[in-house]
Design a protein around this ligand. Structure first.
Ligand code: T4K
Length: 371
């Protein structure tokens, strides 16, 4: 049996991608907001039902730029969670802002909305919550808190492509949402990302930021950088978008098979489907607590059989060497996140994962049961 990794990129057929990029050989136009870029942007605005989508070469620069675009005063505090990929915290700090770590909840591992207000000070400028694993944050409560205190909300929606709440896309909440279209995501453009928002004036600022502030051949108005999505990336996105619904349906079947084996097993905790939320099955996290084996033992047992699960997200970002000495860091401030980081394992999840492989993975896990 071949090795199984935590995920595997969704790809169109070779022929379909070749057909899409054939135009590039005619035009010789490879980047700088060409026809493929414009077409993907249009399709995504329609798909999300969101007025504005600005495409990026990756999700991280999208997040870094949208935070910069808000023009917060240096030293401002941003409430966020440490149960995430390095990118979320780095994007805040690289903007000269201070991350203030809010704990997550036990239910879906997103920001615990009961703990936000106690962290607000006169320096707080924004909240950057994470729809971790594709689980949607409590957008209603976060929106109400932000409104009451005059704070901006920028969602790290890297995991939440195609997720909807009461029929509304995850792209439509807060002041802006950032998506990652990395190869490992439900929807990929090889590398890539986007910022989605409704405020008209943000479009120009983000475009300036991602393209050197160039407005025309003789006009540079802003000290921008370079974070443009190229035509090959956009072409991959156009192809992948055609197959997205089928890919998500397949992921749903994989998730259901995992649940058949693991739901209700003492010592294994799975996320419950969220009320009113249309999921994307981006990840399949399982928390091992009081099971026959620890998370690390389960990880090793799978690894010995050629199966690479991942400890997303261990270590927490507030335990990183580069952050642990910050006055706002400290695992004692986020005990639930610390508990999860030591016990969670994200099991292999991708559209073409065979049911027999899910059975085998679960068989290995269940063989480690107590007694
Ligand atoms: N915010 C959040 C919450 C995020 O999770 C991320 C990214 C971001 C922001 C930033 O977005 P980007 O700037 O990345 O667009 C991976 C991804 O590189 C990263 O995008 C992702 N989060 C993170 C959760 O996972 P690694 O270091 O675990 O990737 P790697 O190379 O170990 O790949 C994991 C598995 O994916 C491999 O075992 C096999 C599979 N894979 C990987 C690649 C590179 C493929 O099937 N195809 C591929 O091309 O970070």
């Amino acid at each position: 049996m071949g090795n199984i990794l935590v995920t595997r990129s969704s790809m169109p057929s070779f022929e379909e991608y070749c057909e899409e990029i054939r135009k590039l050989w005619d035009s010789h136009w490879l980047t700088n907001m060409g026809a493929e870029h414009r077409e993907l942007q249009r399709q995504l605005e329609e798909y999300f039902g969101c007025p504005h989508v600005v495409l990026y070469t990756n999700g991280h620069l999208a997040l870094e730029n949208v935070i910069a675009a808000m023009d917060f005063p240096k030293g401002g505090e941003v409430i966020t969670t440490p149960f995430t990929f390095a990118s979320t915290t780095h994007a805040i700090v690289r903007n000269g802002l201070t991350p203030v770590f809010c704990d997550v909840n036990h239910k879906d591992y997103t920001m615990d909305v009961e703990k936000i207000e106690a962290l607000i000070t006169e320096k707080t400028v924004a909240i950057v919550p994470v729809h971790v694993y594709g689980n949607l944050c409590d957008v209603d409560a976060i929106g109400a808190i932000a409104k009451k205190h005059g704070l901006k909300v920028i969602y790290d929606a890297a995991h939440a492509f195609a997720v909807k709440y009461r029929g509304v896309s995850s792209a439509c909440f807060g002041d802006a949402s950032m998506f990652s279209f990395h190869a490992t995501k439900v929807f990929n453009t090889i590398e890539g990302g986007a910022v989605c928002f409704s405020e008209d004036s943000l479009t120009e600022t983000l475009n300036d930021m991602k393209n050197f502030g160039i407005r025309g051949p003789e006009s540079v108005v802003y000290v921008g950088g370079n974070a443009k999505m190229n035509e090959f990336q956009a072409a991959m996105g156009i192809c992948n978008l055609r197959h997205l619904d089928a890919e998500i349906a397949k992921r749903g079947r994989v998730a259901a098979r995992y649940r058949e084996h693991l739901e209700g097993v003492p010592g294994i905790r799975l996320c419950r489907p969220q009320k009113d939320v249309e999921p994307n099955y981006a990840y399949f996290p399982a928390v091992f607590d009081g099971f026959g084996a620890t998370r690390d033992q389960v990880f090793e047992a799978l690894r010995c059989e050629g199966i690479t699960a991942r400890k997303y997200f261990y270590p927490l970002t507030n335990a990183f060497e580069c952050y642990r000495d910050l006055p706002t860091a400290g695992l004692e401030k986020t005990p639930i996140a610390a508990f999860l980081a030591d016990r969670v394992l994200t099991l292999p999840m991708y559209a073409d994962l065979a049911m027999e492989d899910v059975d085998r993975i679960c068989g290995i896990i269940l063989s480690l049961r107590k007694g």
